[in-house]
Design a protein around this ligand. Structure first.
Ligand SMILES: [Zn+2]
Length: 337
C-alpha cells in the first residue's frame, strides 16, 4: 500500500512539474516577445523589408501558383493598434497617407485597427490579403493560446510567415476575380459541424483524405485518373449514406474552393521552410480529413487542387476563379469526358 502511495505521489509530482514547466515556458516566451513594440504608428524597417520580400516572391513565383497571382498590388498588415495598407492605388476615405516606401515601391496608408482579419479585406473595389505584422504574430499568438500550450508549436520561420501571408493574398485574388462569390463564402463558418461526432462521416472523410494522399505520390496519368474516380465515388457514398442536404454539400464545396485555394498557395510558398507545420502541409491528409472542425476542408481542398494540377486539366484556373467551379467540379467534368 505504501509502495502504491509512493508511486501515485511520484506520478502526481511529475505531472505538476510538467504543467509548471509548460506555464513557465509560455510566460518566458511572452516576456521575450512582449518587449517588441506592437503598437507602433509606422511599419518598422524590418516589416517593410519583409513586405518587400513578399511582393518580390509573388512577382517571381506567384504566376507558377495561379496565373496572374504575381500582379496583386495590395497587402494589408496590422499590428495591435493600426492597419497599414501597402498599395499602388490611391485611397483617401478613412485612410491616412504615410507616403511612398522605397523598399516595396508602394504607398503606405494607415488607419486604426478595429476588426483586423487574417483573411482578405475589401478596400474600395479591390481585395487585399490581410495578416498581422511579423513582430505582432508571436505576441498575438501568446495572447490567444492557453497558458500551458508551448507557443513554439505555432511559431513561424520567415518562409512560413511569408507562406501564410501568401495564403491570405490568394483570398484577395479570389475576391478580385469573383467578388460576389468571395463575399458569400466569407460568411461560411463551422461548415457541417453537426457531423463532427459522426463516426461514419469521419471514416468517409478519412478515406477521401487517404485517396488524395495516395494521389500525391502518383505520376502516371491513368493512375491519377483512376484515383480521382475513386475519390469522387467515395465522396458520393458519404453524402448519400450520411443523408447530407444540398445546402451542406454546396457549403463544403465552396469552403474547399475558398480554403483549398488558400492552402494550395501557402503550400507552394512554404517550400524551403523549416517550420514543421509548413513542411507537412502535403502530408497526413487522411489524418487531417478525419479531424473534427473545418480545417479538414483546407487539406482536402488543397489536395484536390494538387491532383487537378498533376492531371494537367485544361483551363482549370479560369474554371475555379471565373466560372464558379469548386475543385471537385473540375475533377468531375474532366472524368466525364
Ligand atoms: Zn484562408
Amino acid at each position: 500500500m505504501k509502495k502504491l502511495f509512493k508511486g501515485v505521489a511520484i506520478v502526481a509530482l511529475c505531472l505538476v512539474l510538467v504543467v509548471v514547466g509548460l506555464i513557465l515556458n509560455n510566460r518566458i516566451c511572452y516576456a521575450m516577445y512582449d518587449k517588441a513594440d506592437v503598437d507602433l504608428e509606422v511599419l518598422t524597417d524590418a516589416e517593410l523589408e519583409t513586405a518587400a520580400s513578399i511582393f518580390a516572391y509573388l512577382s517571381d513565383h506567384g504566376g507558377a501558383i495561379f496565373d496572374g497571382f504575381g500582379e496583386l498590388t495590395e497587402l494589408l498588415l496590422y499590428n495591435r493598434t493600426y492597419e497599414f495598407l501597402l498599395t499602388d492605388g490611391v485611397y483617401e476615405q478613412g485612410w491616412e497617407t504615410l507616403g511612398a516606401d522605397g523598399r516595396t515601391g508602394k504607398t503606405v496608408y494607415r488607419r486604426l485597427s478595429e476588426d483586423p482579419k487574417a483573411f482578405a479585406v475589401k478596400i474600395g473595389d479591390r481585395w487585399a490579403g490581410s495578416f498581422c505584422t511579423q513582430a505582432y504574430y508571436p505576441v498575438s499568438l501568446l495572447e490567444q493560446v492557453p497558458v500551458f500550450v508551448p507557443p513554439q508549436l505555432f511559431l513561424l520561420d520567415d518562409i512560413a510567415y511569408r507562406s501564410v501571408v501568401v495564403h491570405e493574398m490568394a483570398h484577395a485574388l479570389q475576391g478580385n476575380r469573383d467578388n460576389s462569390r468571395l463575399e458569400q463564402v466569407e460568411g461560411l463558418h463551422n461548415v457541417n459541424s453537426r457531423y463532427d461526432g459522426d463516426r461514419d462521416f469521419n471514416a468517409f472523410m478519412k478515406k477521401e483524405g487517404k485517396l488524395l494522399e495516395e494521389a500525391m505520390s502518383l505520376t502516371d496519368h491513368n493512375e491519377l485518373v483512376s484515383k480521382a474516380g475513386e475519390f469522387l465515388a467515395s465522396r458520393d457514398s458519404r453524402r448519400t449514406d450520411c443523408g447530407m442536404t444540398a445546402q451542406e454539400i454546396s457549403d463544403e464545396k465552396e469552403y474547399e474552393w475558398l480554403e483549398g485555394s488558400g492552402r494550395y498557395a501557402e503550400y507552394i510558398a512554404a517550400d524551403g521552410s523549416r517550420t514543421t507545420s509548413s513542411r507537412g502541409l502535403d502530408q497526413n491528409i487522411a489524418q487531417k480529413a478525419a479531424a473534427q472542425g473545418v480545417d479538414r476542408y483546407y487539406a482536402l481542398g488543397m489536395a484536390q487542387i494538387v491532383l487537378i494540377r498533376n492531371l494537367d486539366i485544361p483551363d482549370w484556373q479560369p474554371k475555379l476563379f471565373y466560372q464558379q467551379y469548386a475543385p471537385e467540379d473540375v475533377l468531375r467534368e474532366y472524368l466525364r469526358k
